[in-house]
Ligand binder design. Structure first.
Ligand code: ANZ
Ligand code: ZN
Length: 822
């Protein structure tokens, strides 16, 4: 027989596996639990190569855990609210649910064919009212704790999608989705107060660092962006309140030659003199909307307007001008900055452009040729020679100089040491339809009134097609029957909040819902969640390094504070897969280099595609499909399968061959032993390589060694089938059946390895004469001390080194070392 029919095999096993329901996780199992989590997909179209890769990698560990005797929960669901469905609905004049649920069915069928070991009984969709009921419940609970609040603020606005965008959805000043130029708008928006958890979110990264990818930990640290500095007050004549700046370098106070306020902060309009107001207004008109990253860029041309007032430097008493600019952000720190051109490159550019003085306050290195310098160095000009202001930090290093300045400011009451975070509160309002309705009613006399808990879920009204076209307000605002409601408190006519939630809210707790997906009395059962969580592995894309993972961590901490969870971090370990690319480039429509998963599966079959993706290299690396050989993978699988047909010894208990060829038994034992280590350290590609070697050794034993009836051949083939089940479940199941075993190999029990079979055939013993290495001997690992000593003394090079001298002492540490003293 040359091989098995790939597609017939797939068609045969799928229903068998389904009826065996072999991957259903039992909450009450007495076995140790493992939670294998992979990022759930967004239902746009069918599965693609990226999904194929991430689930193939993910499945290795999940299936391995079953074999090792754990109770494994490996759930799957859909992140099914969001813009693509809404845009499709507008295009096709239908309801977003039509697109959403049709795609979910397509993807679910593909996942089943792809044979991922998911527990389908836990399937969830975030757009189901049974799910979003609890998303609304969580929102109200957060609000009760003061962690969800509304405020007016300038927000990024996409004029094309007619919706608010989070900062990270603005790329180079353009909407990440549609490419339109992003503008700013003042809107009353809902926020989650994630900043209240900033310090804990930062601190716990230390706990995660050993088991999370470095790049994720670093990205989160930077995103949270803790900095230590000071608030410093600058008085303005005729104004009660001082101008308070946030600075990380209070030690540069002597080099502060101006102040700059964010042009879009209310403060700018408040400070400006009547004479300068027209200039400020003209400037505000003229500056185009830019992302925060662009605004902060040092190489962006500096613009600004003199507000016509001065402020007093609290240390030197000097009067310095106050300007407005766009390189200061309104919502970071205090929205106003002390301009130190000697220490900050943006300030340097600004001072140069507008002819403001530059005073260096940190000694630059001898070879310094740059402009602003903010590295280490002794303080200078602080104060200038001959000036006495009661503070002298000249000569101090940056840290001490900061310290001394803060102490001085605190003493004088003009400043305070402080910690600042770059992390902003999470803006969650979206002016779109296909999302979770915010369960709040706005009443003229009662204010914000929560929808009563017993009225949840607050379901979306039925809108479709043209009703969903962006109009600048949420489509829900136009659904008058839905939006007009009696106030639950006073009964007066009131209006529902017409925004929906950012879909990141939905995905911040889905891993908890998997624990009790059908509970209709609560979001999740705390006892069950505490038993499964935290997830032992979370596999997914590095594009979620910051937002999704940070939000999920935040939700977990709040729920722990609510007394519902006994852990404060949701994901113990994490694995980020690389991208599947083609011909060296990211797959894209415009390059026409997309690889269609369906076509690959039709040509090579599920197992060969999965094997190719797992074998390609370390999971974190990108996979260039053009360099892969799914055909080669298929040939290997057929070769492995042929072993199972050649075995002629009778089938007994699996993995109990009872003797036979020792070399093959040793090879099998070693492969099994190493495979465990390799899988547990995510080196799946190396594990596959080891299985390939075992297949070759087994083939050799059949054809020109022990022969097909040797029990060791059976043992080796059974181990090949079991290990292959982690990657190529159909081939493995076929092999298992041909070897005379009942389905399924996926639930076989990983055999214990006989330690005697792991003993290596020889080890290297080092022989030293007078402390110098003179020989290396290959000896048996269980050689006796006497034998090793004799072998050492008989060695030719040792004898030459001894040169007839009298041996005074021989120290033997079998089997590794012999030390001869003369
Ligand atoms: C004076 C100074 C001197 C500064 C110097 C830096 C170097 P991080 O580390 O990111 O927190 N800053 C403060 N608020 C700002 C805002 N709203 N928009 C733009 N820039 C702002 O950065 C804090 C530093 O960024 C602060 O320290 C301030 O400039 C600036 F040699 O103050 B510094
Ligand atoms: Zn009311």
């Amino acid at each position: 027989q040359v091989g098995y029919d790939v597609h017939a095999t797939e068609a045969r096993w799928q229903p068998v596996w389904e009826s065996l329901d072999q991957f259903r996780a039992d909450d009450d199992s007495a076995k140790e639990k493992r939670y294998a989590l992979t990022m759930f997909p967004y239902p746009s179209g069918d599965l693609h190569m990226g999904h194929a890769e991430v689930t193939a990698l993910h499945d290795v560990l999940a299936r391995y855990w079953w074999l090792r005797g754990y109770e494994v929960m490996n759930p799957m669901g859909w992140d099914s609210f969001g813009l693509p469905a809404e845009n499709a609905a507008i295009r096709n004049d239908e309801h977003p649910a039509t697109y959403t649920y049709a795609n979910i069915e397509t993807q679910a069928a593909s996942f089943k064919k792809y044979a991922v070991s998911f527990d389908w009984s836990r399937r969830l969709h975030t757009s189901d009212p049974e799910y979003y009921r609890w998303t609304q419940w969580l929102f109200l609970k957060f609000r009760e704790r003061g962690l969800a609040y509304q405020k007016f603020s300038p927000v990024n606005w996409c004029p094309n999608d007619q919706t608010v965008l989070a900062n990270e959805q603005v790329v180079d000043g353009k909407c990440e989705r549609c490419g339109a130029e992003v503008t700013k708008r003042e809107l009353n928006q809902w926020y989650f107060k994630i900043t209240e958890y900033a310090q804990e979110l930062l601190d716990d990264l230390d706990v995660l660092a050993p088991t999370w990818p470095d790049r994720v930990v670093t990205a989160q640290r930077n995103w949270i962006g803790r900095s230590e500095g000071a608030h410093v007050d600058f008085e303005v004549e005729g104004r009660d309140e001082p101008l308070t700046v946030y600075t990380t370098r209070p030690d540069t106070i002597f080099g502060t030659t101006f102040m700059v306020v964010a042009v879009d902060a209310a403060l700018a309009a408040e400070l400006v003199t009547e004479e300068r107001r027209p200039a400020l207004e003209a400037y505000r008109e003229e500056i185009r909307a830019a992302s925060d990253i662009e605004r902060l860029a040092t190489d962006r041309p500096k613009t600004g307007v003199d507000l016509g007032i001065t402020a007093t430097n609290p240390v030197t008493g000097e009067q310095i001008p106050v300007w407005a600019t766009d390189y200061v952000l309104a919502d970071y720190g205090t929205g106003i900055v002390m301009g130190v051109p000697g220490g900050d490159q943006r300030d340097w550019e600004f001072a140069t452009k507008f002819g403001l003085p530059i005073v260096r306050t940190t000694q630059t290195p001898a070879d310094w040729e740059g402009e602003a310098y903010n590295g280490e160095g002794a303080a200078i000009n602080s104060p200038a020679a001959g000036v006495d202001v009661g503070l002298d930090i000249n000569g101090l290093a940056v840290a001490e100089a900061k310290h001394a300045t803060i102490a001085f400011l605190e003493q004088a009451g003009t400043g305070r040491g402080t910690v600042n975070f770059r992390l902003r509160d999470w803006l969650l309002s979206r002016q779109r339809y296909w999302g979770v309705p915010i369960p709040i009613i706005h009443c003229d006399s009662c204010g914000e009134v929560p929808v009563p808990y017993d009225q949840l879920p607050l379901e979306l009204p039925e809108l479709k097609g043209a009703d969903l076209k962006p109009k600048g307000t949420s489509p829900l605002a136009a659904a008058t029957d839905w939006v007009n409601v009696d106030c639950p408190e006073c009964g007066a006519p009131a209006k529902r909040d017409s925004d929906t939630m950012d879909t990141f809210v939905d995905s911040s707790w889905y891993f908890l819902r998997y624990c009790s997906p059908n509970d209709d009395t609560r979001a999740f059962d705390p006892a069950v969640a505490n038993a499964w969580m935290p997830a032992d592995i979370y596999v997914g894309g590095v594009e979620h390094a910051v937002l999704h993972l940070l939000y999920a961590r935040f939700f977990t901490k709040v729920l722990a504070d609510m007394g519902l969870l006994e852990f404060r971090e949701p994901f113990s370990a994490q694995l980020n897969q690389g991208f599947v690319i083609n011909r060296g480039k990211k797959m894209s429509k415009s390059l026409g280099n997309g690889v269609n998963l369906g076509e690959q599966l039709a040509e090579f079959g599920v197992d060969a595609v999965r094997l190719t993706l797992v074998f390609a290299g370390p999971p974190e690396d990108d996979i260039d499909w053009a360099e892969m050989s799914p055909g080669g993978s298929l040939r290997f699988l057929q070769r492995a399968w042929r072993l199972s047909g050649d075995v002629t010894s009778p089938a007994g208990t699996p993995f109990a061959p009872g003797g036979g060829d020792l070399a093959l038994r040793k090879h099998t034992a070693r492969t099994l032993h190493d495979a465990a280590e390799l899988v547990e350290s995510f080196r799946y590609n190396v594990m596959v390589a080891r299985v390939m070697e075992l297949v070759n050794a087994t083939r050799k034993a059949i054809d020109s060694g022990a022969g097909p009836a040797d029990p060791a051949v059976r043992g080796a083939t059974e181990v090949v089938a079991m290990l292959l089940s982690l990657v190529a479940p159909y081939t493995a199941e076929e092999m298992w059946e041909r070897l005379g075993h009942q389905p399924t190999v996926a639930r076989a029990t990983w055999p214990d390895v006989d330690p005697a079979l792991l003993v290596e055939d020889s080890v290297t013993a080092v022989v030293q004469v007078q402390g110098k290495v003179r020989a290396r001997l290959e000896v048996s690992p269980d050689i006796s001390e006497a034998d090793l000593e004799a072998a050492a003394l008989a060695d030719e090079s040792v004898r030459r080194a001894l040169d007839g001298a009298e041996v005074r002492k021989v120290i033997v540490r079998a089997p590794k070392l012999v030390n001869i003293v003369v």
